[in-house]
Design a protein around this ligand. Structure first.
Ligand code: SF4
Ligand code: SF4
Length: 302
């Protein structure tokens, strides 16, 4: 998720923000990279299997940023709590385009930078729960919001790194077919709120946010908690004043006790409110009135 220069060009005067969500680049080894922009029904030739001469090469020195959906799947697969998973298998990092904290997969420097989940010649040891970046490869996903548009548009691009021989295979598929084969649709759906926040922050960093507002360290910690540790966020919701502060109906409160996906969506809505003042979650009326009265009092109004 780091190579903005590989994104297909957008008209500069129209694109408010174009962002690579998965950049399709796995190894910063100086290989020439050929990005090709694709639509959902465009075809391309690619296949990856144990017989390719480059088998597992892309699982060394890979730069894998974990999305919230990745962490949900991997913790279930491994039977770990998010905090245990983060401590054992990830390193914290800052996604520099957004200046927001993320978790990246560890690699084993003593083993040529192999991913912690690489199981030798068998390939990926967590294949069924592999991260979105690994599923997408060698495709990139980018999202763009045009200045006059209200919604964002996703588009795809194929990245041809010299080490990847899968491009020489003759298996042909459309982008849409590849996305189904790789199971990325459901992950993208879960990650949508997280992607929105990343995009907005990147836009703020490039063009300046309202009143040049900076995101506080505390808010960044909250972003990291929601994005990486759904158990910690559940404790935050149920063991602090959260439910006394925000108007959340009883059915949803029940669902939040068991559904990690519902909890993530609440977390993204809450973060959009905290970070950008979007009306994605409402305060309870008495809390809101008390906050307004305090604000007036602090300003010396009667
Ligand atoms: S998670 Fe699996 S596919 Fe992804 S880099 Fe690690 S071993 Fe490779
Ligand atoms: S073909 Fe490409 S994706 Fe498959 S192992 Fe080789 S480098 Fe990795």
């Amino acid at each position: 998720m780091t190579n903005e220069e590989h994104a297909p060009e957008q008209p500069e005067d129209k694109a408010e923000a174009a962002i690579d969500i998965f950049d399709g680049v796995r190894q910063a080894d100086g290989n020439p990279v050929e990005p090709v922009r694709l639509q959902a029904d465009d075809r391309f030739c690619f296949s990856c299997h144990q017989s390719v001469s480059c088998w597992n090469q892309c699982c060394h020195n890979a730069d894998v940023t974990l999305t919230p959906a990745d962490i949900l799947m991997l913790t279930k697969e491994l039977g770990l709590q998010p905090a245990e998973f983060l401590a054992q298998f990830t390193v914290p990092d800052i996604w520099d385009k957004s200046d927001l904290p993320v978790a990246k997969l560890r690699s084993d420097e003593a083993n040529r930078g192999a991913c912690v989940f690489l199981a030798g010649d068998e390939g990926c040891g967590v294949y069924a729960a592999r991260p979105a970046t690994c599923r997408y490869y060698p495709m990139g996903l980018a999202s763009v919001k045009m200045a006059e548009a209200h919604t964002k548009e996703d588009f795809y691009f194929l990245v041809k790194e010299a080490h990847c021989k899968g491009h020489a295979e003759d298996k042909s598929q459309t982008v849409a077919e590849f996305r189904v084969q790789q199971g990325v649709e459901a992950l993208d759906e879960i990650n949508r709120g997280w992607i929105d926040i990343m995009m907005k922050m990147m836009s703020w960093r490039s063009v300046g946010g309202p009143s040049a507002k900076k995101i506080s360290t505390q808010a960044k910690k909250m972003f990291f908690m929601v994005s990486t540790d759904v158990s910690a966020f559940r404790r935050f919701v149920f063991e602090t004043k959260f439910l006394n502060t925000y108007a959340i109906d009883e059915d949803m409160v029940e669902l939040l006790k068991t559904s990690d996906i519902a909890l993530l969506q609440l977390g993204f809505d809450w973060l959009k409110n905290v970070l950008f003042n979007e009306q994605t979650i409402n305060m309870k009326e008495d809390v809101l009135q008390a906050a307004i009265a305090k604000g007036r009092s602090d300003m010396g109004a009667t």
